[in-house]
Design a protein around this ligand. Structure first.
Ligand SMILES: NC(=O)c1ccc[n+]([C@@H]2O[C@H](COP(=O)([O-])OP(=O)(O)OC[C@H]3O[C@@H](n4cnc5c(N)ncnc54)[C@H](O)[C@@H]3O)[C@@H](O)[C@H]2O)c1
Ligand SMILES: O=c1ccn([C@@H]2O[C@H](COP(=O)(O)OP(=O)(O)O[C@H]3O[C@H](CO)[C@@H](O)[C@H](O)[C@H]3O)[C@@H](O)[C@H]2O)c(=O)[nH]1
Length: 334
């Protein structure tokens, strides 16, 4: 059974490709490689280089392969950049999935698992928060994810599409063995930045704001192992395959860590000195974001396995240590 993985050469998507193969499924990857890496794809994956917004290209992919289900990862996904370039975000994220859904429906493929974000909620008063918390996107990035969830809902009504939307926060860690991992350029995410400082690739980590209303003044986030994120995607595919209805699920560890706690954990894991400097608050950065994943556990049977923050950082450190230049210069794996 072929599963189309749009954005499968990216950080999160490439972990999906590897897990799909492991489960005996055939991943068919579409990626324009704007932020993804060909070297992240195993030989067993079918790869089509192209843009999801290109209708003719997408029609051709559906013609050539018998695709049954779709996983959608491709997007622009930086909050700050989206505030500066909103139309670029609507184009890649909203128009991108519009073309995907059009070509899926034409090809009579009606099951999709979508990577949303838990940032659609902003900062509810009570944490951890459930799917019932009020959505309140505050940046074009989050707004596009929210709009896509509604787009899929209307396509269900009109065309019988069935979807699962997974809302998560900070995906981190890497597949064990160090073959694939996080390599964003430029890197903006906290854990890889801390590890680059530990490796001496950058002088210091700048903490964005130390005056938040939290115990140590730094932002608290919910970090989730990327392999657990993908395990939930596979459970969601299975839910749809078995005839399950469309739904939205939060994914998280239900535990929050402050920036200073993450830095301290990274010092323990790596045994390296990590220099820290103070910086201004980053735009669109709420103090405390922690989700409840009880619904995904109950309805999808999902159980995250790598919840310990030291394990998450250790797996990321293994990838960084084995690949100090990221994917740069590395041959495609066999
Ligand atoms: N990384 C996180 O912590 C996190 C958290 C919540 C949600 N998400 C969501 O998960 C998804 C994947 O995130 P990521 O960190 O792996 O990002 P990424 O940039 O590593 O991966 C995105 C992939 O999509 C490809 N792509 C982008 N636009 C495309 C287009 N128009 N056509 C074809 N391919 C295209 C890129 O080349 C890349 O390989 C995104 O939708 C993101 O919003 C990520
Ligand atoms: O050099 C840095 C980088 C980050 N931070 C802080 O560390 C925390 C985590 O930052 P980061 O790893 O960039 O994640 P978020 O900004 O929380 O955003 C992530 O989580 C969002 C919620 O889903 C996703 O939508 C985004 O794609 C994903 O990047 C935030 O408080 C940042 O302000 C620093 O202090 N210094």
């Amino acid at each position: 059974m072929s599963v189309l993985v749009v954005g499968g050469a990216g950080y999160v998507g490439s972990h999906a490709v590897h897990q799909l193969l492991e489960q005996g499924k055939q991943p068919v990857v579409v990626d324009n490689l704007q932020t993804g890496h060909l070297e992240a794809l195993p030989r067993g994956a079918v790869f089509y280089k192209g843009d999801v917004r290109d209708r003719a290209f997408m029609r051709n992919v559906f013609k050539r392969k018998r695709i049954r289900q779709v996983m959608m990862f491709s997007a622009h996904s930086l909050v700050g950049e989206s505030i500066e370039n909103p139309l670029q975000y609507y184009d890649n994220n909203v128009f991108g999935i519009q073309v995907l859904l059009e070509t899926m429906i034409e090809a009579n493929v009606k099951k999709i698992v979508f990577s949303s974000t838990a940032a659609v909620y902003r900062e509810p008063e009570e944490v951890p928060f459930t799917e019932e918390a009020r959505a309140n996107p505050e940046s074009p990035y989050e707004e596009t994810k929210w709009a896509i969830e509604k787009m899929m809902k209307w396509c269900e009504k009109a065309h019988g599409l069935r979807y699962v939307s997974l809302r998560y926060f900070n995906a981190a860690g890497a597949r064990s063995g160090g073959l694939i991992g996080e390599d964003h350029r430029p890197e903006t995410h906290l854990i890889p930045i801390i590890l680059e400082a530990a490796m001496g690739k950058r002088e210091a980590v700048t903490v964005f704001g130390e005056d938040y209303p939290t115990a140590d003044g730094t932002c608290i986030r919910d970090y989730i192992h990327v392999e657990d994120v993908i395990a939930a995607h596979l459970k969601a595919l299975n839910h749809l395959k078995k005839g399950g209805h469309s739904d939205v699920f939060n994914l998280g560890s239900s535990e929050g860590f402050s920036i200073k706690e993450i830095i301290e954990a990274a010092r323990t894991v790596t045994g390296k000195q990590i220099t820290v400097t103070s910086g201004e608050r980053r735009a669109g950065g709420p103090a405390r974001l922690i989700v409840s994943s009880e619904k995904a556990k109950k309805m999808l049977g999902w159980e995250p396995k790598r919840t310990d923050i030291h394990t998450i950082i250790k797996d990321a450190w293994n990838w960084h240590s084995l690949n100090p230049q990221g994917y740069g210069g590395r041959p495609r794996m066999s």
